[in-house]
Design a protein around this ligand. Structure first.
Ligand SMILES: *Cc1c(COP(=O)(O)O)cnc(C)c1O
Length: 371
């Protein structure tokens, strides 16, 4: 039996997936309206090069790029960037603060790389937070700004006592554009377009400090074998020329450039962080008050403003709740596999209207009351 949620309770847009995430209404029409001007034309000619430039300058404006920092773009998404980092950025050994699946995957890539020493891994249980600590013989500290699997957000602050020749690499795949950050605390802040940037997958994007570029240059000049696909200096040189090493998804670049324009017109990163905070405040307050659902992350200070994880009471059939919601156009509330026991996960990226988060909570209440 499918429940029919009253239309006046429904969100305007029912997409709350953590990735790929909602592409704002009308954006695909804008892409279609670009007609024959972009897609299907050479990425070595000015129309697509102009698109790459829009993304690079848009990111520079959004993040108030510190002096000397640069943007690099390449193919393969954030997962490819982990492998790239083991080749092109970690010199001898890295330290990883692991508090979820994504940080764990980068740590695993570093552990498996035979040319690197065994990484230090500091870990926390799902829902908790692990922080990096200064360590003498590592040359990279790595952690995630927002752990998309658990809904924990971490401070992005250079570890106290870290030396200038140790690089800070932040996986900001789901955080970038939705959480405030001071890039001066990072050497590499890398992400992908399909989360807070409301675009499609396939690319990685990274901001690089002068120290990160110097490290990448040194490793590139060494006798380490680096596959061309993981050549960070090559990617940076291409990006400087408004290109990518190999063919990018032009549609992904287009959707991202449009989202960047929207973010900047709305007031930039501060405005985006205020918007995701408004969604998060409502969602967590609702869950705290509810008799059948509670925030999964115990410490309110660790709860993410871009991805919320919620544990339902064991008496509530979460599969049924998600099916009923899906039948009413509210989709993708699934938890990351293996996290929590009866969990919903809700994205509150900038493209998600805080009013729709309020509507979502009304709809969940309405469905659970009727099961
Ligand atoms: C989604 C995600 C990734 C993987 O991104 P891909 O572009 O699919 O490779 C990595 N890290 C975090 C934190 C993510 O949320």
């Amino acid at each position: 039996m499918t429940l029919r949620i009253p239309a006046d309770l429904l969100p305007r847009d029912g997409r709350f997936g953590s990735g790929p995430s909602k592409v704002p209404a009308g954006r695909l029409d804008d892409l279609a309206a670009s007609g024959a001007s972009l897609m299907g034309t050479s990425h070595r000619q000015s129309p697509v090069k102009h698109l790459v430039r829009r993304v690079v300058t848009g990111l520079g404006d959004l993040f108030s790029l510190p002096d000397g920092y640069e943007v690099a773009i390449g193919n393969g998404g954030s997962a490819a960037f982990w492998d790239l980092a083991t080749f092109a950025l970690v010199e001898r050994r890295s330290q990883h603060a692991v508090f979820g699946e994504f940080a764990g995957k980068f740590a695993a890539a570093a552990r498996k790389a035979p040319w690197l020493g065994d990484p230090t891994v500091l870990s926390a249980e799902p829902g908790g937070l692990a922080l990096p600590v200064a360590e003498a013989d590592v040359d990279v500290y790595a952690w995630t700004h927002n752990e998309t699997s658990t809904g924990v957000a971490a401070p992005v602050v250079r570890p106290q006592g870290a030396t200038a020749d140790q690089l800070v690499l932040i996986d900001a795949t789901s955080a970038a554009g939705g959480l405030a950050v001071d890039l001066a605390h990072t050497d590499v802040y890398y992400f992908a377009p399909q989360k807070s940037f409301a675009s499609d997958g396939g690319l990685w994007l990274a901001t690089l400090s002068p120290a990160a570029v110097e490290r990448a240059e040194r490793i590139a000049a060494s006798d380490r074998y680096v596959p061309a696909f993981f050549d960070l200096m090559g990617a940076l040189r291409s990006t400087r020329l408004d290109q990518t090493y190999n063919t990018p998804s032009v549609a992904t670049l287009f959707l991202m450039a449009e989202q960047l324009d929207w973010m900047l017109a709305e007031g930039g990163l501060d405005a985006m962080a205020a918007r995701t905070s408004a969604s998060a405040e409502h969602l967590y307050a609702w869950a705290e008050k509810s008799s059948y659902v509670a925030p999964f992350v115990p410490d309110p200070a660790h709860r993410s403003a871009v991805v919320a994880t919620l544990e339902l009471d064991a008496s509530v059939d979460k599969t049924r709740v998600m099916e009923e919601l899906r039948a009413n156009g509210i989709v993708d509330l699934d938890a990351y596999r293996g996290i929590g026991t009866n969990q919903l996960r809700i994205a509150m990226y900038p493209a998600v209207d805080p009013a729709d988060i309020e509507a979502l909570t009304r709809c969940i209440d309405w469905v659970v009351e009727r099961l």
